[in-house]
Design a protein around this ligand. Structure first.
Ligand code: G6Q
Length: 531
């Protein structure tokens, strides 16, 4: 883009000097969100050009196909309709001639009724005690979303204690076992495919442990499943009335809105879960209807494309100034990197440009004491999203102003930096000798000019969290359209699974000649310890 070349020497502060109205032009207010994207290396003209690019890429039509249930997940021949689960004014959507709305409503009712029973204590364990612990057994999309949201909305939680077990590592499940009581624990096996090694191993181990203490008949009080594969679940020993179905048009990493979110619904109750859905539904509406210039997911997506493809920046940090959202970066790592980490375009051609960027982050202010050094003075440009909430959930302490001052100061510092002159002045005011000052100056200078978005929200409520997550989901979608890649498959996770299955068999074999020398040696080394 000629614009990139033309402006490449400009600083963010130059843009502010040029346009006194910049802060109003490059900010969006929507519901209780205020998104300030003025601290970026771009101006209105850049945004206009990026929006033209989005039009050229056919974004309007793509959005329509997404919400109307076309099979946009082409390589798996599926629609992508997690948005159908959170419509504000539910409208029927047909997939292959079937209206999916009645089924959505029915399953939601099944989920809410069940949650009410468990929360109220009407659902009893096999010895007549109410449930106290929930163990969600799942991995990837069947774990990260529910775990992140349950943690994020802990303030709205009830007496139920929800634990997540995901890793196939036996130590993970053993640590969970230490904390639970078979009489008062409900296990939810969440697996869309019901073939996932980690989930089935953990489910089998937990069932075995449970049956060491309880009769077989107790399974129906304590084991619930969420899956598309009802037959496989019944074969596992879970009766049909304990199965919550899901659909193949809900992708794993976008499934927290479905029955996969059962553990969230148990943790916060149906009312808050409904609020979470409606917040996402509102963001869906915004995304579908707002002009691209006013459209938060579109603008943020284009800013990422700007840095990724024109500035050749590889990573993006996500810094929520809320300890409740400490797992948001890990959740978004999957959502974003599994979706857009693709090197082949929609025609099957190897792309000649950069696609999905690397996502990482941690909660602020903790992150300030960890990796912010590199963001401020390192050699890499790291665009970052700063997410903060104006009102705390707990009142009656004096922390909020301190938190917010840090929240604002960091994006200011990243943009403004500190020049040599300011450093000299500061050191000389401290009475330091001129010689010492000159020796210190290079280390104390901040170059600044480091871009950030500020996503500032009134309060962390289920509604706002729903909207925030949906905002990122649509940002992913827009980027996939611009990069002309398929965002909703994940073939890249398959090869490792296949090879792991081969290696698992080979632990019993003597002949390992078919492995490469490094892997062969590693397996031999392992076998030495194992035997
Ligand atoms: C997400 C992925 C993946 C999936 C897990 C668990 O989009 O598809 O993370 O969620 O592999 O799969 P199951 O739910 O089928 O066990």
């Amino acid at each position: 883009m000629a614009k990139h070349k033309k402006d490449s020497g400009k600083k963010i502060s130059d843009y502010f000097d040029e346009d006194p109205n910049r802060v109003n032009e490059l900010a969006l207010s929507w519901e209780s969100f205020y998104v300030d994207y003025s601290k970026n290396l771009l101006d209105k003209e850049t945004i206009d050009l990026l929006i033209s690019m989005a039009h050229e890429a056919g974004l309007e039509k793509a959005i329509k196909s997404y919400f109307e249930g076309e099979n946009i997940n082409e390589t798996e021949n599926r629609a992508v309709l997690h948005t159908a689960l959170r419509q504000l004014n539910p409208a029927s959507i047909e997939i292959h001639g079937d209206d999916i709305l009645p089924k959505i409503e029915l399953v939601k009712k099944q989920m809410f009724d069940f949650a009410d029973q468990v929360i109220s204590g009407d659902w009893k364990g096999y010895t007549g005690k109410a449930i106290r612990h929930i163990v969600n057994i799942g991995i990837g999309g069947s774990d990260l979303g529910p775990a992140m949201v349950t943690e994020a909305l802990a303030f709205y939680g009830n007496h139920l204690d929800v634990t997540f077990v995901s890793n196939v590592e036996g130590d993970h499940v053993e640590e969970v076992i230490k904390k639970i009581d078979p009489e008062t624990t409900l296990f939810i096996i969440v697996s869309k495919s019901f073939t996932t090694q980690e989930t089935l191993s953990n489910a089998n181990t937990l069932r075995k442990w449970f049956l060491n203490q309880a009769p077989e008949s107790a399974i129906s009080n304590h084991f619930i499943a969420v899956s598309t594969h009802l037959k496989m679940v019944t074969q596992f020993g879970i009766s049909e009335e304990n199965i919550f179905p899901m659909n193949d048009w809900v992708g794993g990493r976008f499934s927290l809105w479905s029955t996969v979110g059962l553990s969230i619904c148990l943790a916060i109750g149906p009312k808050h879960f409904e609020d979470l859905l409606s917040g996402a539904g509102k963001m869906d509406q915004h995304f579908r209807t707002a002009d691209f210039h006013e459209n938060i997911p579109v603008i943020l997506a284009l800013i990422t494309v700007w840095y990724n493809n024109f500035w050749e920046v590889e990573t993006e940090a996500i810094i929520p100034y809320s300890q409740y959202l400490r797992s948001l970066p890990a959740y978004l790592q999957q959502a974003i990197m599994e979706s857009n980490g693709k090197g082949v375009d929609r025609n099957g051609e190897v792309v000649k440009y950069q696609t999905g960027n690397i996502i990482w982050g941690a909660s602020g202010t903790n992150a300030q004491h960890a990796f912010f050094q590199l963001m401020h003075q390192g050699t890499k440009m790291i665009p970052a999203d700063f997410i903060g909430f104006a009102k705390p959930l707990h009142q009656g302490n004096d922390h909020q102003d301190k938190l917010m001052s840090n929240f604002f100061a960091q994006t200011q510092a990243l943009m403004q930096g500190k020049n040599a002159e300011a450093v000299r002045k500061e050191l000389s005011n401290q009475g330091i000798s001129a010689e010492k000052i000159e020796a210190l100056v290079p280390f104390k200078v901040f170059e600044g000019n480091r871009p950030t978005n500020t996503i500032f929200i009134e309060q962390l409520t289920p509604n706002n969290l729903g909207a925030l997550i949906a905002m990122y989901e649509h940002r992913i979608f827009v980027q996939g359209v611009i990069w002309n890649i398929f965002s909703y498959d994940q073939w890249g996770v398959e090869l490792g699974k296949q090879l792991a299955n081969n290696i698992l068999k080979d632990f019993e074999e003597e002949a390992l000649g078919h492995h490469d020398p490094s892997t062969r040696k590693l397996i031999q080394h392992y076998k030495k310890f194992r035997n």
